[in-house]
Write a protein that binds this ligand. Structure first.
Ligand code: COA
Length: 248
């Protein structure tokens, strides 16, 4: 099993790997905390010039842990979850993602903060928020329509229709689609290419390209305000309970 988030540095590239394959890399609070810390450290380091998010073969990330959602319905959403989203939005380091399999919920919405996404041919991108009586998060309600247009964003974010790797590439979410076994290598190659560029110029260029940071952070916070309310609804609780009971 090992640590649920494994951080390694390789020639100017920090790799943040979600490592909870037995749960398809569903994210728990300690994982958010570890990923936020890894991003903050990268931010503070001149040696790290690019960050890769990676997962396991077949599973990039199955979204927030639904057991944690159920707990949050009673106890409230831990603010440390938001710290990861803020760190993601505020990152000055270029972000690359290696998506070797399913990317659900935050597994997809975090990609809108990434600059270069490599997907395995079998990867599936899905945001079933509304099916859980929730709403899109991580500023995806702002960033997804910007990236793929309202029509495609609505179909994915609101109707919960998944995208294949090829459809995600056509929608502008994914840069390249490769064999699943090659995803990590191709992502590392791209990250090393980015890391070799002049770091300050890269930071300024991507900030100019990404739109207004304050708007993005404000959207994260506004979404979170609604999200916290909706988590407590009877519909959401029933959807979480149904998922957790589905094998019984
Ligand atoms: N939260 C908690 N546990 C999760 C999870 C999640 N988001 N996603 C997967 N898991 C767990 C499953 O409960 C299962 O645990 P178990 O072996 O103890 O029963 C394990 O991971 C493997 O998942 P399983 O459903 O058996 O694999 P699968 O290949 O049939 O399906 C998924 C994989 C990801 C499609 C399916 O698990 C799923 O739909 N997960 C929920 C995704 C989701 O709605 N996330 C929230 C988005 S906002």
């Amino acid at each position: 099993m090992g640590d649920p988030v494994v951080v390694t540095d390789n020639g100017g590239v920090r790799i943040i790997r979600m490592n909870r394959p037995e749960k398809k890399n569903a994210l728990t609070l300690p994982m958010y905390v570890a990923m936020a810390r890894a991003l903050r450290e990268a931010e503070a380091s001149d040696a790290i010039r690019c960050v890769i998010f990676a997962g396991s073969p077949g599973a990039f990330c199955a979204g927030n842990d639904i057991g944690d959602f159920l707990d949050a319905a009673d106890g409230g959403l831990d603010p440390r979850t938001l710290e990861f989203l803020h760190a993601l939005a505020r990152s000055r380091k270029p972000l690359v993602a290696a998506v070797a399999g399913i990317a659900i919920g935050i597994g997809t919405t975090m990609l809108f903060h990434c600059d270069y996404v490599v997907a395995g041919a079998g990867a599936v991108f899905s945001t079933p928020f509304l099916k859980l009586a929730l709403i899109p998060e991580a500023a995806s309600s702002l960033l997804a329509p910007m990236r793929m247009g309202h029509a495609r964003a609505f179909s994915m974010l609101v109707m919960g229709r998944p995208l294949s790797a090829e459809e995600a590439r056509e929608a502008g979410v994914v840069n390249s689609v490769v064999d699943g076994a090659e995803v990590d290598d191709v992502a590392l190659k791209a990250a090393l290419e980015i890391a070799a560029l002049p770091a300050e110029a890269v930071a300024v260029a991507r900030r100019l390209m990404r739109g207004h940071l304050d708007d993005i952070v404000r959207q994260i916070d506004t979404e979170a305000m609604h999200f916290k309310e909706l988590l407590r609804s009877d519909e959401a609780r029933a959807a979480f309970a149904a998922f957790l009971a589905r094998k019984k």
